[in-house]
Every structure is written in C-alpha cells, then in structure tokens.
Ligand binder design. Structure first.
Ligand code: FAD
Length: 823
C-alpha cells in the first residue's frame, strides 16, 4: 500500500458517494494535494446498497438545482472514466391517492416549470399506460417527470473515485480516521490508523458515522441511522423492461424495474432507528436482519397496487442503514466553531441523486470561502446542540424517515421528541389554548384556540391540509386584534446576542450595513452582508451603552449569526459576542391599542416624544424591571418587552390582567407571519439569503454607504453594493396580492409576468386584513428597467396549476408610509 503523505491541502473522510464527489469536485476546481481516506473499502457504508432512484424535482430551488446538476453529471462521468453509471431516464410517475396529494403534485408540477424540470400531471389512465403493472384503485392523478430515472449507486461512486484519481486525488482504503487535529479554532489535520496527516482543510463525509467523526473535533453533527428496507422480486417475463420509476407516497412505497425484476422500497410511517452501538466498528457492506412484520402493512398495500407481486416470488429482503436528521434536511457546510472543517452528511435517503450537486456545492464553498448556493436550510449552523443528544435522535429519527413520503403539508411539524425547549411562558400559553409548532428546537405558539371552543371540548390541535383548516378562523381573529386592537406575542425565542467591549461599535460598523454609531437608547435595523452584497443576517441592533449592544435576530438564525459575528471580530479587537437568548424572555405587545394597554402598567411616557419609534427604555412593569423596545415585526404601534426569565411570568400575568379592559388577545406565529407579509417585511432565510443581493431584496434604505469608516475598514459588502448600485438590478423582490380571495399561498408558487414564468414566491400567507393571499418573490427584470416599467406588466400567481391574477407592488401594500408604526 502506498504511504500516507504527511501534509496535504485537504483530507476527505469517507469513501461513499459523497466523499468521492467532494474529492472529485475539489480536483475539478484545480485543488492539488487532496486525499480521501476510507476506513474499509469504497462504497462499503451506505452507498453500495442504495436503490438508485434518480429524481430531479425537489422541494426547494436549491435542492432541485443540485439534483439536476447531479443527473447531468452522470453522462459526463461516463465519458471521463469509461465506467458506466447505469443511468437510465425512463421517467418517473408519482401517484396521488387523495385530493390533498393531488394538490401537492400539482404544486410540484408548477414548480417544475419554474425550476426547469419538465413535469406534467397525467390522468390515472395515462399513468397506467406508462406503467401497465399498476392497479388504479383510488388513484386520483399522477405526476410524470420524463427526465427522471435510475442508476447504479456503487458505479456512480466508483466513477467519481476514478475521475478524482485521474485528476490527482489520492485514495487510501482501509485507513480509518481516529482523531481530528486543530489549534486556535482551525483544523490542522487528522490522526489515522496509519499515522497522522497535516491538512489545511478536512471534510467529514463519514455518512452514518459523521456524528462520531464530528465529535472527534467537538463539532455537532446530529444524525442517526435508521433501518431502510426494500424487497426484490424474481425476474418475470411479465415485468416489462425500462418501466418508469413509480412512487406511491400514500402507500409509502417506491418501485423500480431492474433486469426484469421489481425492487420495491419503503418509507414506512414510523421507521426503526439504529443506535450507534448496534453497528459494529468493523461493519462493511452491512446488511441488517429482515423484518417482515415491521413492513407487513406496506407489503400488503404494495401487492394490491402491483398485483404481479402476488404472482412472482421475492428473492431478497434487504435492510440497510441510512442516516437521517431531526428535520429531514442535509447537514452541510463549515462547522461554526472550527475553521476549515467542513461537513457533508445526513442525506436522508437522497444521497445518490444529489451527490454530484452536494459535492460541487461543498467544493465551491471551500474554494470561494462562502456558499455559492443558498444553502441556509441545509447549513450546519442551524443545528442546535441538543439535536446531537442520542436519546433525542433515537426518538425523532423514526419519524424523520416516515415524513419522507408523508403529505408535504404547509406548517407541518414533527410530533416526536417534542417539548424539549420551551419558553418561560409555555405552560401559561398552553393553558390558554396555544397550539405549538417547532422552530430551531423551540416550542412556539402558532395560534390559540379561543376559550369558547375549549369550553365546547375542542382541542388546540393541528389539522393540516392545503385548504383552509379549522384554525384559519382563529388566526384571522388574532390578525384582526393586531390590526385594530392589541395582541400579545411570546417572542422569547428570538435570538439575542450581546456584543461588548471597547471596540464593539467599530466591530459592528464593520459587520452591519446600516450605521449603528447611534446614541445609547436607539435601535437600528440592519443587514449583515457578505462580500457579494448577499444577505447573511437581518437583525436589529440596540445600543445598550457606549460599549455594549444587543443584537436581536429571528429564532432560527441565532447560532448562524453568532458564528458570523465571531468569525468577523478582528483578532486585535477588544470585543466579545455572547449568546444570551435564554437569559431573557420577550413579550410583543402589538397593535393600535398597545399604548393604552401599557400606559397604566409602566413608569415611562409612551408618547412619540417620550418614546419614539426605534428606541428602547428601561421600564418598571408591575413589580419587575424590564426593557421596552419600540419596534414591530407586524407593522403596528408596539413594544417588545425584554425581561429576565425569572420575572417573565410576572410580566405576562400583569399584561393579561390589564388586557381584559382593552380586549388583549394572545397571538401566535401564524398571525405574526400573515401580518409581516402584508407589510412586506422580509423573512431572512426565505425572502433573502446569502445569495440574494441586499438591493435586489429592496433593502437599500437600510444600507449606509457614506457612514464613517470603522477602524477595521469599510463595512463588509460595501463594494458589492456600490457595484450593483451603478449597474442595474437583474431582479427585484416584489409583493403580490391575489385578486381572488379564495386560493392560499405558502411560498413556492410560480410568478407569471405577462403570461411568462419569471420567478416564484419565497413566502406566502393569507392577508386577513388585505382580504386575500399575499406573497413575496423575486421577479427577473431586464437591464435598465425602471420600477414603473416592472409594475406596468400584468401578473399572475400559479397555484396548483391554476393562474390567479395578482397585484404587484414594490412598496408595502399595508401602510406603505409606515404611519401606523409611528402613530
Ligand atoms: C435501502 C436504501 C436505499 C436507498 N435508495 C436511495 C435512492 O434510491 N436514491 C438516493 O438518492 N439515495 C438512496 N439511498 C440513500 C443513499 O444510499 C445515501 O444517502 C448515500 O449513500 C450516502 O452516502 P455517504 O457517502 O454520505 O455515506 P456512505 O456511503 O455511508 O459513506 C460514508 C463512508 O465513510 C466511511 N467512514 C466512516 N467513518 C470513517 C472514518 N473514521 N475514517 C474513514 N472513513 C470513514 C464509511 O466506511 C463509509 O464508506 C438509499 C439508502 C438505503 C439504505
């Protein structure tokens, strides 16, 4: 065996399809000195036994781009290496067995048009013509994607490995990484069973072992293996060759034809997690014991759907491990606390069809120093520390597998391993009818079941669907309270970061695009930009004192923003950033009657002169001390009251007691979202991300190009803003209001401009005040096009195949001048 090098530029850990793809793409970008280390043999983890379905239309624009790239790479790889990947584009059919599933498929077909994947709805009879083995009982329609198909997973990985070798990557099998070396917050190499290797970069592509490898470096990679099953029939002349891949999500099954046999795989509703200790350290080409009983229902359904299964014999029951993550999304990117240590793991059973794209995205990120795709939803910085808890993972992962084929309803939250992370008001909210949703591991009240309904014995429970659900009316009432009276939101889950030190102002001036050199008592709304002018964070910065600031950020962004901040504090700066999220609760008192509610409870003047918009004051409220911030995410007069956790319940009780006189209503995240969309407030991670330029996001008003230069330099992204200001915008974020009050928007609906698809909604909700669904989305524009020209077009939004006329606006449709905020 060749000797390990002592020093390289990059070590890739893991010789599955993902590690091979990362190594190949690094080499393709011209990286020299890349080694790949595999503890056993290439593909011997999960890759060798995958079913090999290749799908290209996925639930997000990013995943679809990466999946399309992956499929397009396969013929290229074959040409480059002479190895066959077994890629066959026989198309795929997804069957709907309910109206709800049919709507989901229609919505997917629409997104196919937006994202460039041909996808059409076909009737049950047309579906059967394409796949004659199907029984049509209960089938309401089907989605047909002609360019989908299947390939041989191990061959793809081998082709990637060969192509990587041809480009100079050295691959060492039977070489186990046993430790990660690091110093000063930066990775420096690995220890292996064959000795140490110094490295500037390390990429953890260790599949279901990635959590353990992460631990070697103190990096949280929350994933766990689950057993994943398929059966293979005997060959039969009745099984036509080149059948399309079939998915019957309502029966948890997928089917592919291979050499005249059928492979039928399952995503049963409750999967079987596989704790680490059940996988031996020596495991390779692992095949787990069969479990007919576990799959008995799914097997029966499959035999009804494909009657041929009753006639042909089954020659294989296969059970192999695949890793899943608590939210069903990949874990990608640079570890927040360890520079140059990257992770690409947790592929949740789509690692074969997305390997090319994932490897390319990671390689480009390493090369560019920042993501070249919007990877927010898959970024490792979203993972909460407790997500790595083994008991939590064991309880959640079975459901994560099942959700793969469950209805992809909007607002759907998992039901397992809940209630871990709660605000101090949780029990009080629950007692008042809160129905909770999960965000970044937090329980958040989404809406409240009114007292009268509780008295009738109704329960505050989710009902999911694409249409109006029973809770729609409760959200409408909460929304109305915020617009015309006063609502109380528990906003305690907002991320809070204290930034302190002699250089705190200079550091924040470097990081913020707005000017935060304001007097103590002021609050500044700002974005944090990357070098390309893309939006990394969307926060408020409150100046607490000369040398202390409080950054408040959305619930899901706290860890990501803390990592960005820490990374950009210059070495010689006297400045520390501390996450204080759990130290303070936050109660949002929002609506035109909020002043009336608060006035008798607090010791400060609340009028515009005494307490202007965008300022904060220390207040006494009840017997407690707190800080009130005059700011609002719903577009109304309002205050966010920050109070230490120990006194949060007291403040809540005081507000509720006084609230009876002014019609105070408890409100949840659903009303928060519908109110913010009416006001066209952007949600970072949806409406803007690291690949969206701040000017295209319409936030130029919060960028101060002429603010004083910090001692650490101009603010990050300034040059990119200047460049884009001088050139014209190639797209703009536009707000839309449907002309018809009936359809609902959730995000991921097509935008049509003068009949042509030009983009998609990044978020959407019903605008209860505006009277119809409202959404935000980017519209491509031509060079030099003015706002008036853009708005002169005719717009429609396509919802599940139906085009609905829409009004477009570049200024908020609700309270465009912000008079209500300042009222
Ligand atoms: C039954 C089944 C069917 C599937 N069907 C499909 C499908 O149809 N389409 C699809 O897209 N996906 C499918 N998948 C999922 C797909 O197989 C995985 O997502 C993919 O193989 C993950 O690849 P990976 O490289 O991350 O992991 P792996 O293939 O497990 O590779 C990780 C490698 O890291 C090595 N390693 C671990 N620790 C160390 C260490 N300390 N030092 C060195 N090396 C180490 C391991 O030995 C292993 O070889 C299926 C999975 C299963 C189980």
């Amino acid at each position: 065996m060749a000797e390990l090098p002592s020093e390289v530029r990059c070590v890739v850990i893991g010789g599955g399809i993902i590690g091979c793809s990362v190594a190949y793409h690094l080499a393709r970008l011209g990286w020299r000195d890349v080694v790949l280390l595999e503890r056993k043999r290439l593909t011997s983890g999960t890759t060798w036994h995958a079913a090999g379905l290749i799908g290209q239309l996925r639930g997000s624009s990013t995943l679809t781009k990466l999946a399309k790239y992956s499929a397009a790479l396969l013929p290229e790889l074959e040409a480059e290496t002479g190895l066959s990947t077994g890629f066959r584009q026989n198309g795929s059919l997804s069957l709907a067995l309910s109206d709800e599933r049919l709507e989901e498929l229609k919505r997917q077909a629409t997104m196919g048009r937006v994202w460039g994947v041909e996808a059409t709805m076909v009737s049950p009879a047309e579906a059967r013509a394409k796949h004659p083995l199907i029984d049509l009982k209960g089938v309401t329609g089907a989605l047909w994607i002609p360019a989908n198909g299947q390939a041989d997973p191990a061959n793809i990985a081998q082709a990637l490995a060969k192509a990587a070798r041809q480009r100079g990557v050295r691959i060492f099998e039977n070489t186990k990484v046993t430790g990660i070396r690091h110093a000063g917050g930066r990775v420096t190499g690995v220890d292996t069973s064959a000795g140490p290797i110094g490295a500037e970069y390390v990429v953890n592509c260790a599949g279901l072992w990635a959590r353990q490898v992460g631990r070697m470096a103190g990096v949280n990679v929350p994933l766990l293996a689950a057993e994943h099953f398929y059966v293979v029939t005997d060959a039969s002349p009745d099984i036509a060759r080149n059948l399309p891949v079939l998915r019957v999500p309502d029966e948890c099954a997928y089917v592919k034809e291979e050499a005249g046999k059928l492979l039928v795989g399952f995503f049963e509703p409750k999967g079987k997690p596989l704790p680490d200790h059940k996988i031996s350290d020596d495991a390779e080409f692992l095949s787990l014991p069969d479990d007919w009983e576990h799959l008995s229902r799914e097997l029966e359904l499959a035999a009804e759907r494909l009657p041929i299964l009753k006639r042909v014999g089954l020659h294989t029951f296969f059970n192999g491990p695949e890793s899943f993550t608590p939210d069903g999304r990949w874990i990608l990117g640079e570890a927040p606390g360890l520079r140059n240590f990257f992770v690409a793991a947790g592929f949740n059973s789509i690692g074969i069809q997305t390997a090319g794209g994932a490897g390319m995205a990671i390689a480009e990120w390493m090369e560019a120093g920042e993501p070249t795709f919007d990877l927010t939803a898959y970024d490792i910085r979203r993972c909460q520390p407790f997500h790595g808890n083994a008991t939590y993972l064991a309880d959640r992962i079975g459901e994560a597998l099942g959700l793969h084929y469950a209805d992809q309803f909007p607002h759907r939250s998992p039901v397992s391993a809940r209630g871990v992370r709660t605000t101090p008001l949780h029990e009080r909210l629950a007692a008042r009818g809160a129905c909770f949703t999960e965000a970044a591991g937090w329980e958040r009240a989404a809406w409240f079941l009114p007292e009268a309904a509780r008295a009738r014995g109704e329960k505050a429970e989710w009902r999911y669907g694409w249409g109006r659900q029973p809770w729609f009316a409760h959200v409408a009432e909460e929304h109305e309270a915020v617009r015309s009276g006063v609502g109380l939101f528990d906003l305690s889950t907002f991320g809070k970061i204290r930034v302190e030190g002699r250089d705190a102002e200079a550091v924040l001036q470097l990081i913020c695009a707005n000017d935060i050199a304001v007097a103590p008592g002021r609050i500044v709304y700002t974005q944090w930009l990357n070098r390309n002018g893309g939006v990394e964070a969307d926060v408020t910065v409150s100046r607490l004192a000369g040398d202390a600031f409080l950054v408040v950020t959305p619930t899901a962004s706290a860890l990501r923003d803390l990592a960005w901040l820490k990374r950009h504090i210059p070495d010689d700066a006297d400045c520390v950033a501390t996450d204080v999220t759990v130290g303070e609760a936050c109660l949002g008192v929002m609506g035109p009657r909020s002043r009336e509610l608060l006035a008798p409870l607090v010791d400060v003047a609340l009028d515009n002169a005494g307490f202007p918009f965008s300022s904060w004051r220390e207040i006494e409220v009840g017997y407690a001390l707190a800080r009130a911030h005059r700011i609002s995410f719903v577009g109304e007069l309002g205050w966010e009251i920050y109070v230490t956790v120990d006194m949060a319940r007291h403040v809540f009780d005081s507000l509720i007691a006084r609230g009876a006189d002014v019609g105070l209503r408890l409100c949840g995240t659903q009303a928060l979202n519908s109110c913010r969309l009416e006001k066209a407030y952007r949600d970072c991670g949806h409406d803007m991300a690291s690949t969206d330029h701040v000017l295209e996001a319409g936030l130029g008003f919060a960028v101060k190009l002429d603010k004083a230069r910090s001692r650490f330099g101009d603010f990050i992204g300034r040059d990119a803003v200047l460049r884009r200001r001088d050139a014209s915008l190639s797209r703009r974020l536009v707000q839309f209001l449907l002309a018809d009050p009936r359809p609902l928007l959730y995000g991921n609906e097509a935008i049509l401009r003068d009949g042509r698809v030009v983009g998609y909604l990044t978020s959407g909700a019903h605008g209860h005040y505006l009277g119809a669904a409202v959404g935000l989305g980017y519209v491509a524009c031509s060079p030099g096009e003015s706002a008036d020209q853009l708005l002169a077009s005719t717009y429609a939004i396509e919802v599940a195949g139906e085009q609905v006329a829409a009004r477009a606006s570049l200024e908020p449709l609700y309270d465009p001048k912000g008079a209500r905020l300042r009222g």
